[in-house]
Design a protein around this ligand. Structure first.
Ligand code: FE2
Length: 237
């Protein structure tokens, strides 16, 4: 049975919530999952400020492991409590930042630019699990309080405003295995790593209904499909 410590999970005024699951032998577990000693399997993603990402072929080999981690350690259960809705992760990204990775600038994953809505057209949540103790010095995701973060319908003004108010931002201190969840509409960034600790994270794009992604749902190679199968295997509703 999952024990969730009866914590009062809730979203902060910064638009994110912390998820602290119970995992035995965390260090050992995340060492096994880690790619920090397999850098040859990573590719630099220039579009993501030079973050190092696990290649699709290797990522796919781990899909069952990721689904197990989410379902059996309580991440999904806690996330569903938080958003008061169902959570279906549909894309996985396993990534490392090192000293050469630049800041990923302040942005929202979903926003209006003029009349155009940019990003997925359905409910989007990001769930990021950090594989080591993580804080601002090694690239934890940062947030700006929602009440001073008006959503301008112009992406440039929106970003400039974020930088002007970024002195009020918060960067949570997370311990190994902790996760954050936030909506795609929330302003966030990833600071540059300035200490010696790599930042490794597994980041899931999630939605509230698998039918939002009919193609991924029925494709055996896709994470959403693997996740749905694991759910049935574990008889999780
Ligand atoms: Fe983002």
């Amino acid at each position: 049975m999952l024990k969730l410590f009866n914590k009062n999970y809730k979203f902060s005024k910064f638009g994110f919530a912390r998820i602290t699951p119970e995992i035995k032998n965390k260090k050992l577990f995340f060492d096994k999952v880690s790619f920090r000693n397999k850098k040859y399997l990573l590719i630099k993603d220039k579009k993501d400020a030079g973050a190092l990402k696990v290649k699709k072929e290797d990522l796919q080999k781990n899909f069952t492991l990721y689904a197990d981690l989410l379902l059996r350690s309580g991440y999904i259960k806690i996330a569903e409590e938080l958003v008061e809705d169902k959570i279906y992760p549909y894309v996985v990204m396993h990534m490392l930042n090192d000293k050469n990775t630049k800041e990923l600038i302040w942005h929202r994953d979903q926003y209006f630019h003029g009349k155009d809505f940019i990003g997925p057209k359905f409910k989007l949540y990001k769930l990021a699990i950090y594989l080591q103790d993580t804080n601002k010095d090694n690239g934890v995701t940062g947030f700006i309080p929602k009440f001073i973060s008006p959503r301008f319908k112009n992406r440039y003004i929106d970003t400039i405003f974020a930088y002007l108010s970024s002195f009020l931002s918060i960067h949570p201190r997370l311990s190994i295995g902790e996760a954050v969840i936030f909506s795609g509409k929330v302003m966030h960034h990833r600071p540059r790593q300035i200490n010696k600790n790599l930042r490794e994270a597994i980041i899931f794009s999630c939605t509230n209904n698998p039918n939002n992604l009919p193609k991924l749902k029925d494709d055996e190679k896709e994470f959403l499909n693997v996740f749905l199968k694991s759910k049935i295997d574990y008889e999780i509703q």
